[in-house]
Design a protein around this ligand. Structure first.
Ligand code: ATP
Ligand code: MG
Length: 580
């Protein structure tokens, strides 16, 4: 199993895939171009296509097709995605297509793959079986200011297990970067080992290839030969991780690296309404890395993109909240009182809270939005990276577990907690609640302490999510990569925020910011709302902001100015938004 196969406490992946009936073509749900890509058999393959064109769908169908029609052993398939959430989704889609075989496919993130390799080869890598992963030391000068800018996805979330113990120097602690660098060094030094893994994973697929960095690229080169069965999928215009060392250049030179590669383009967007596709293409045009990019909407829906100018972030949050209320046909407490929503999560418009996402550039923007949603009684779930390790008591327990023998972790967890409670007076509640939070993960890991600690270190999150809960999703644009929602609010489309700008800094990459805006817009299926504030406090100073220059690229005929209630300006206030 992959090192990061923690069920993600987030929206359950929506899986449009249905199991492949015996005799039914697993490629049946694909269009001709997608089918060409999915039925490509051997040798390198590059799928380069815009958002919503079915790249991820094609990839999962391709793996299912290989297993089903070409009798490829699932254990020989390796699929790499960018975030744990995306890996979860891919696993779910594969399981829906081929329920009997999907579990044997290795679906993981790059860091999960590194952890898997190191666990299997810990001796050769000079590590003990229980090596631990520690958090990278943040660069001191960068830490404070750029915390705001450096929006992370869960792939970046790392553990702090070393700090859990008594400070004893441990030669067996590695950091997050080592997770990839050590396997690269090892496989470079030991060609036989690299050959062993090439033989094991004869079919490798990489989603979001535009965001690989140098080490990830080196690892892939070691794991596949020049004419190997490597499928790379991506969109250079969605490259948004340069700040973390990703280099879109690796994508752009795939054909040179793998001269035998077949390249397939997909140009039909199945995700978004026509104005959203057109607006997004216009927005990315000035920075597009794909000359003459083609992207046409499959959908005939013509509802325009909503746009709202708010006085300040509070007014922006109020707009988002009221618009959500309208979209659902009235959801707040008042609406419940007046009987407009039935109180059972069924909304008259057919839209649920979980169909809605609010996206933003930096985490700090979420605060006023959460306040407004809370006041209106709108349930939401913020992707807060609520890591188990960050909870009080968890590190201490993790550090203590080693002293408690072998056997099922659930038992060891209990005895570790009892020991801690005895020595640390007054912290009983802390340790007992921490143990409760750790119990599901411990149960999943059985006897395997190394796996347990590894998953903690890789950012296992508090499993408090109720998958049936009907909640609005709040997340950063970075974390929304690859995902889709019927309704998307993209907040803070303003000067200084998107493109993001740090006071005193002048080296921000506007092209990357524009791509980020493009990624945000293209998460929406049916409705997209862009909003911005005219003033915003940042770093303790209130500044005049105003509309982002990115908005200027969009043809005004695709936009619809809205008032504070989310209604079209100039129309009666109680006019319902037409949704679907
Ligand atoms: P992104 O660049 O954002 O990652 P993507 O190219 O990976 O996008 P997918 O997520 O695979 O796109 O697909 C987008 C949406 O379009 C999904 O809801 C998918 O089920 C749907 N879709 C893709 N291809 C088809 C098709 N041939 N017929 C119907 N729906 C499709
Ligand atoms: Mg995708």
């Amino acid at each position: 199993a992959a090192a990061d196969s923690v069920p993600h406490p987030d929206q359950p992946p929506k899986t449009p895939e249905t199991p492949a009936e015996p005799g039914r073509d697993v490629l049946g749900g694909l269009d001709p171009d997608q089918r060409t890509a999915a039925s490509h058999l051997t040798g390198p393959l590059l799928i380069v296509a815009g958002p919503g064109t079915g790249k991820t769908r094609t990839l999962t169908h391709r793996i299912a097709h290989l297993m089903r029609e070409h009798r490829v052993d699932p254990a020989e398939c390796l699929a790499i995605t960018f975030t744990r959430r995306a890996a979860e989704e891919m696993r779910a889609r594969l399981a829906a297509l081929l329920p009997d075989h999907a579990a044997r496919v290795t679906v993981t993130t790059f860091h999960g793959l590194g952890a898997l390799l190191l666990r299997e080869q810990h001796e050769r890598a000079g590590l003990s079986a229980n090596f631990r992963i520690v958090e990278e030391v943040e660069e001191v000068e960068a830490a404070k200011e750029t915390r705001d800018a450096r929006e992370t996805d869960e792939g970046e979330a790392v553990g702090e297990l070393a700090a859990a113990e008594d400070g004893r120097a441990d030669p067996d602690t590695i950091d997050f970067q080592d997770l990839l660098e050590l396997p690269v060094q090892l496989l470079t030094k030991e060609p036989d080992l690299a050959a062993h893994y090439r033989d094991r994973w004869r079919w490798i697929s990489v989603d979001e290839y535009q965001d690989v960095d140098e080490t990830q690229y080196a690892l892939l080169r070691l794991l596949s030969t020049e004419d190997g069965n490597l499928t790379a999928i991506g969109d250079p215009d969605q490259a948004i991780y340069a700040f973390r060392g990703a280099d879109v250049g690796f994508f752009l030179r795939f054909q040179a690296d793998f001269p035998a590669a077949t390249s397939v383009q997909l140009t039909r967007n199945y995700r978004s309404s026509r104005p959203i596709v057109r607006g997004a293409v216009q927005a990315i045009a000035p920075a597009s890395l794909i000359p003459g990019r083609m992207l046409t909407a499959h959908s005939a829906e013509t509802q325009r993109i909503g746009i709202f100018e708010a006085a300040d972030p509070a007014a922006e949050a109020a707009f988002i909240t009221r618009t959500i209320d309208r979209l659902l046909g009235g959801t707040s407490f008042h609406s419940l009182d007046s009987g407009r929503a039935d109180g059972h999560g069924h909304h008259p418009t057919g839209i649920d809270f979980s169909d809605i996402a609010v996206l933003y550039r930096t985490d700090a923007q979420a605060d006023p939005i959460m306040d407004a949603l809370t006041r209106a009684g709108v349930p939401y779930q913020k992707r807060s990276h609520d890591r188990l390790l960050a909870r009080p008591g968890v590190r201490e327990i993790a550090g203590e577990l080693r002293q408690h023998g072998t056997g099922p972790l659930a038992d060891r967890l209990q005895s570790a907690v009892s020991a801690l409670v005895e020595t640390r007076l007054g912290q009983e509640i802390e340790f007992r609640s921490a143990a409760d939070l750790l119990t599901p993960l411990a149960a999943e890991c059985g006897d395997d302490l190394a796996a347990f600690l590894g998953r903690l270190a890789l950012g296992a999150e508090v499993d408090a999510y109720d998958p049936r809960a009907d909640c609005v999703a709040l997340l950063t644009v970075h974390a929304a990569k690859g995902l889709e929602f019927p309704v998307v609010f993209l907040a803070g489309c303003e000067h200084g925020m998107m493109p993001f700008w740090l006071p005193g800094a002048d080296d921000h990459d506007q092209a990357e910011e524009r791509r980020l805006f493009f990624v945000g817009m293209t998460r929406a299926k049916e409705r997209l709302f862009l909003s911005y504030a005219c003033r915003r406090s940042r770093f303790g100073t209130e500044r005049e902001t105003g509309a982002s220059i990115f908005l200027r690229a969009i043809d005004p005929s695709l936009l619809e100015r809205l008032d504070a209630d989310g209604a079209h300006r100039g129309k009666p206030r109680d006019r319902q938004l037409r949704l679907l």
